[in-house]
Design a protein around this ligand. Structure first.
Ligand code: ARG
Length: 403
């Protein structure tokens, strides 16, 4: 009997070549695994392709709901935007795929888990760390890191082995799930050039978006979205619907220079329509219900959570500890936010909450309120005291030096 390995299989060129390469170079039985995370792949078609390449067994799993509940919702609660821009669709998906790979590997008594990541990106780190942490005895193989085949050579190899090649002319590397779409390679590597319109799939260009704005109202409970435009919706359906609405207005495009964990700066393009609307709305609501002190401190915790997840440490106990703090704050993040979508932008225009700390009676500039303006003078005196003392001294020292 041959040893078995489990391969994370997308049906694309790299991982299809990997099947044959493993069979030939390592004399192993290859078991493939494909996961639906809301990217709407044809699981049946991918399974057929795997079988046509003589895999020993193939697994398909729909993890979309688990992805949303356990990975995306915590990201919303943590306002997770890496370097202020990237909603982390790919980064959030990888640890879930890795966890399922381990489960199948253990069930099948496999000796190794295999993925198709290169040695230049973050994804390899996310897979390797998660697998090693969950199953220290399992080997992780990443042949693309070593085999040194160019894309041309891979295509040649695929042709020789009778592997059908998807989108031969497609020069891009794309990863997609319900939370967004990451697009790399091809002309996008020229950071000084605007991307061609052809790369976008989930968003229309802002120029072609409707001339009329549209509103969406999002209801949150404990920091998570539960209803859209007054209609309660299941998490997956809500995000699907919002992707559609916001994408139609060109909302959710990101084009930025990103610092990868491995030290490389890369030009990254993302489309995450629902993510942009939900995170903006969530941040807006937090400002209404959390105290100034909570908001200030939570920013640090959010930043740490985001870094941990981006850098492949999903499995570190620190994440759960940070989430314990975040979840405590989210108990009061309930209410509704009305968002306006218009030509590539979205912003909050109204919000309300049973937990609101906004008190119109205090805030109004009308004279008759509970806020005693006479207190302001004494408060300002003490608030400015350290600054005043320091400056008096500074002036004194300056004068003494002149003498
Ligand atoms: N830079 C992003 C990240 O590290 C996106 C990676 C996208 N992966 C891909 N195969 N295109 O999360």
């Amino acid at each position: 009997m041959k040893n078995k390995v489990i391969l994370a299989y997308s049906g694309g060129l790299d991982t299809s070549v990997l099947i044959k390469w493993l069979q030939e170079n390592h004399d192993v039985d290859v078991i493939t695994f494909t996961m639906e995370l809301g990217q709407q792949i044809d699981l049946k078609q991918v399974a057929e392709k795997a079988h046509s390449l003589s895999v020993k067994n193939h697994y398909s799993v729909d993890g979309t709901e688990e992805f949303v509940l356990k990975h995306v919702f915590p990201a919303i609660k943590a306002n997770a935007l890496y370097e202020g821009k990237y909603p982390m669709a790919t980064a959030l998906g990888r640890p879930l795929i890795a966890k399922k790979l381990v489960e199948i590997a253990q069930k099948e008594n496999a000796i190794a888990v295999v993925h198709g990541c290169t040695g230049k990106g973050n994804d390899q780190v996310r897979f390797d760390v998660t697998v090693k942490a969950l199953a220290p005895d399992l080997k992780v193989m990443a042949p693309v890191r070593e085999w040194g085949m160019s894309r041309k050579e891979e295509i040649k190899y695929a042709k020789e082995k009778g592997i059908s090649i998807p989108h031969l002319s497609d020069p891009y590397s794309i990863d997609q799930n319900l939370w967004g779409r990451s697009i790399e390679c091809g002309h996008l590597e020229n950071a000084d050039q605007e991307p061609l319109e052809e790369i976008y799939e989930l968003t229309i260009s802002p120029e072609d978006a409707p001339d009329k704005s549209e509103y969406v109202t999002i209801k949150f409970e404990a920091g998570c979205p539960v209803a859209l435009n007054g209609k309660e919706m299941k998490p997956v359906a809500l995000i699907e619907k919002l992707n559609e609405i916001a994408g139609k207005h060109g909302v959710g495009r990101v084009d930025h220079i990103e610092d990868r964990l491995v030290g490389i700066k890369s030009r990254e393009i993302y489309e995450s329509p629902a993510a942009e609307v939900l995170m903006e709305a969530h941040k807006d609501l937090e400002k209404m219900v959390l105290t100034r002190h909570e908001l200030e401190f939570k920013k640090l915790i959010d930043e740490k959570w985001t870094q941990l997840v981006y850098t492949g440490l999903w499995i570190d106990p620190l994440r759960e500890a940070l989430e314990a703090f975040i979840d405590k704050t989210q108990e009061r993040v309930c209410g509704e936010v009305k968002m306006k979508l218009y030509k590539g932008r979205c912003w909050a225009v109204a919000r309300s909450s049973p937990m609101s700390l906004y008190n119109k009676n205090l805030a109004t500039y009308e004279v008759e309120t509970d806020f005693n303006q006479a207190y302001a003078e004494g408060f300002i005196e003490l608030w400015g005291l350290p600054t005043k003392v320091a400056n008096i001294l500074k002036e004194k020292v300056k004068k003494e030096k002149q003498c």
